[in-house]
Design a protein around this ligand. Structure first.
Ligand SMILES: C=C(O[C@@H]1C=C(C(=O)O)C=C[C@H]1O)C(=O)O
Length: 99
């Protein structure tokens, strides 16, 4: 492969990365819209913001999916834990605003 061909291939690969990053942002936006509704429901009915049993099941499920997909399960766990931590923070905020 020549230098020019390598640069063209890099641009093609980056274009694919950009598309996937866009999908990730759209998916996350949709997920946060749903978790916002969960937070409002929980606050209204006095349910706690976090549900550790549910989180443990999600982590186990995503670790298994990651293994099947040749993605590092440690990374999958860190990723979902990071997102869930932010969701729980939002839920605490919604609860505190309603109180
Ligand atoms: C969304 C919920 O609230 C919290 C956030 C979760 C998530 O982001 O998936 C999972 C469990 C809860 O700690 C829920 O209980 O389903």
């Amino acid at each position: 492969m020549t230098g020019d061909e390598a640069r063209e291939e890099l641009l093609r690969l980056r274009s694919s990365i950009d598309n996937m990053d866009s999908m990730l942002v759209h998916l996350l936006a949709e997920r946060f819209k749903v978790t916002q509704r969960v937070g409002e429901l929980k606050a209204k009915h006095g349910m706690p913001p976090a549900d550790p049993d549910r989180e443990a099941k999600q982590i186990a499920r995503l670790r298994s999916l990651a293994e099947e997909s040749q993605l590092d399960p440690e990374f999958a766990e860190k990723f979902i834990t990071f997102i869930v931590r932010e969701v729980v923070r939002h839920h605490e905020h919604i609860r505190d605003e309603q109180g």
